[in-house]
Design a binder for this molecule. Structure first.
Ligand code: NDP
Ligand code: 5RP
Length: 627
């Protein structure tokens, strides 16, 4: 797309020299703003007097009219020292305008200017230029401290780099902005100001990191959007739901066809599909992009799950892959997931598996601590031993949690046993119900969090019910470990089967091996088992529990030893029970559903199929025979 590039900065900084070189390199026309000055302005400058705002007004408006006409793009060298001059210059621009701010120390420029003989601008005016200068909070900033050729190279490098605008400087937004900047991606940041409550979030963030990075910052959305090179790439990292719609609605009037919005929050996949459609009708791209890794992952490299149009991914892929974590084979933990809301569906399910894994660790800790008589430090040691094989991130952080003390007590013991949730686990269950597939473990994990919320009733009930505890037949460490790993396998299997079902139903063509691969680094559910899944899903395309490698491991597991001990001692293990029940159900040739069918037919004439007839033939029986 033709572009107009404005090289700005004080007189003597090298705008004209570099402007001509840049125009030649990009095969664009070159214009020098000095050539657009009126005779009156030139004679004023020649007498050594600085121009005032009135002198500049006509000159800038004349330039703005010209910029509008440069439909094939151009390079303009223009001081554009103040923000209001810059806004005047681009007021009629119909093509994207990129700003390149050239700067150097006062003394360096002064000594350069003193050596120039042929220029009508006197070196004494330099001081007034520096006084007037308002460096832009956006655009490409180039210190011109090298040879013109090397300075040109710096400009070209910057021009070729994709630029991102990031909205929402919360936990994730801040870390992602720093991650991008550390990878050399120019990032402009915006956060709303909340009157008298939260102000200057973006400004303070930029100031906090000014030693290391330049973050053009904004608290005015229109100015933020106007500052971004077109076509714009804007990432939004705000709360899922109404906040995303609010931001989109605010953006819409100031965006142009061809701009791209990347929603990196945990949005619902159906909302994403609607947004893609609505924005697509306005020729604006939208990528629903799941991002996992929490604050640290976002900073050092998260796992990224983008969904939407392939064209949109081709635009954003370079940046997303640059900031993503690396998998054990050195590739980016980011891949194009598929169309519509598939990226957010996959992220939702990632969180569903996460809920399952968290509950698994929590209930094993609970069993060991309160029913097997192990102290917190011994549990941490046991988990650490298990984790040499499992290499699970969630188990790793749980070991840290178990070891954390506050004064002489474990911090964990001081945390209220009521779990929060933002919805992604429950959404996974809703999606499974809609697709008619089981989701036992993930649902059990969601419901366990729900039950935890009834703290007051739980306290009352604990005074009423005093179940007898036995305390014998404590499972061995090996038996516990084998059951733990099996439940983990079943939980993953259930999660991936939901992905398979969604892929089929919505025609997403999801690649389960690729999804497992991008979950081997950067995300909350990364583990050694996830690495195993990459290869398993590469070679096999049926249910995970039907793979020989998996069934060979699970078929000899003694779930009963752990679960009967838990039941005998009234220790709730909803996830382990759900996993074992799922496996027993999945591996039963004869289920109990014949009775369900008979009951349905009895009371409602719902009909049933028979084992001695073809599938698809339905029968009704008159169960209430006359006496
Ligand atoms: N924290 C985590 O570990 C992870 C979070 N996510 C997802 O990323 C998204 C952001 O999460 P996180 O950074 O933790 O959240 P925070 O609560 O830390 O930040 C939320 C951000 O959203 C902004 N915001 C909220 N409402 C609005 C609105 N109506 N208009 C404009 N801006 C708004 C806030 O601005 P202000 O400061 O003005 O309120 C703030 O910048 C969420 O969808 C979350 O689920 C994804 C992966 C991991
Ligand atoms: O997306 C995330 C990690 O990948 C969130 O941090 C996580 O899902 C938190 O969810 P909840 O508050 O429901 O436990």
């Amino acid at each position: 797309m033709p572009q107009t590039i404005i090289l700005m900065g004080v007189s003597g900084v090298g705008k004209s020299t570099l402007g001509k070189m840049l125009a030649e390199k990009l095969k664009l026309a070159f214009f020098d703003a000095d050539d657009f000055h009126s005779e009156a302005n030139i004679s004023k400058m020649n007498t050594g007097l600085p121009l005032n705002d009135d002198d500049r007004k006509l000159w800038l408006e004349n330039l703005a009219e010209n910029i509008k006409k440069w439909s094939d793009g151009a390079v303009l060298a223009c001081s554009a020292l103040k923000e209001k001059y810059r806004q005047t210059l681009i007021q009629h621009a119909e093509k994207p305008v990129k700003w390149v701010y050239l700067y150097e120390d006062y003394e360096m420029i002064k000594s350069r200017m003193e050596q120039r003989k042929d220029h009508y601008f006197k070196p004494e005016l330099l001081k007034s230029q520096f006084d007037t200068l308002e460096p832009p909070a956006y655009g490409i900033h180039i210190k011109v401290n090298k040879s013109p050729e090397e300075n040109l190279k710096k400009i070209m490098n910057e021009l070729e780099r994709p630029h991102i605008g990031l909205i929402g400087l919360g936990v994730m937004g801040k870390s992602l902005a720093l991650n991008m900047a550390s990878k050399g991606i120019p990032v402009s940041v915006y956060n709303r100001d909340f009157k008298d409550v939260e102000v200057d979030i973006a400004k303070n963030f930029a100031a906090e990191h000014e030693e290391t990075y330049i973050f053009p910052w904004f608290n005015d959305l229109q100015k933020f959007v106007a500052s971004l090179p077109k076509p714009r790439n804007i990432m939004i990292m705000v709360k899922a739901g109404a906040a995303v719609d609010a931001v989109i609605n605010e953006l819409l009037p100031v965006l142009d066809a061809g701009d791209l919005i990347i929603d990196g929050g945990n949005s619902h996949f159906k909302d994403t599909a609607k947004r893609i459609k609505m924005l697509g009708e306005k020729d604006i791209y939208f990528l629903g992009t799941g991002i996992s890794g929490g604050e640290e992952g976002a900073l050092k490299g998260p796992s990224i799950m983008p969904g939407g149009s392939k064209v949109a991914y081709e635009r954003a892929g370079e940046v997303l892959e640059k900031i993503a974590a690396r998998d054990p084979w050195g590739d980016a933990c980011c891949t194009y997931i598929g169309p519509e809301g598939s990226g957010h569906f996959v992220k939702m399910l990632h969180n569903g598996i996460e809920y399952g894994e968290m509950q698994l660790i929590a209930e094993f800790y609970h069993l060991l601590r309160f029913f097997c008589g192990m102290d917190t430090s011994a549990i941490a040691d046991l988990f650490a031993e298990w984790n040499t094989e499992l290499r699970s991130y969630l188990l790793e952080i749980s070991i840290d949690i178990l070891r954390q003390k506050e004064e002489n007590d474990y911090l964990l013991d001081k945390i209220l046993d009521v779990a929060g949730q933002k919805g992604t686990g429950g959404w996974s269950t809703e999606a499974a119900l809609e697709l008619g597939v089981p989701l036992d473990t993930i649902t059990a994990a969601v419901l366990a969090r729900n039950l935890s919320a009834f703290k007051a009733d739980r306290i009352k009930a604990s005074k009423k019910y005093h179940f007898k505890t036995v305390g014998e037949n404590v499972p061995s460490r090996e038996e516990l470990f084998r059951v733990y790993r099996s439940v983990m396998i079943i939980n993953h299997s259930i999660g991936f089967e939901l992905l398979r079902a969604a892929s089929k139903e919505y025609n997403w063509d999801l690649n389960l091996s690729e999804i497992a691969r991008i979950w081997t680094g950067g995300c909350i559910i990364k583990s050694g088992f996830m690495e195993e899944l990459v290869n398993i899903f590469k070679d096999h395309h049926s249910h995970l529990l039907l793979q020989d490698k998996i069934s060979d491991e699970l078929k000899n597991i003694n779930f009963a030893k752990v679960l009967s001990f838990a039941l005998e001692n009234a220790c709730p293990m909803p996830l382990t029970s759900a996993a074992a029940t799922y496996l027993f159900g999945f591996s039963s040739q004869q289920s109990s559903a014949n009775m369900i069918q008979a009951q349905r037919d009895y009371f409602g004439a719902h009909t049933f199929e028979r084992i001695d007839k073809n599938r698809g033939e339905f029968f009704h029986f008159n169960w209430k025979k006359p006496d």
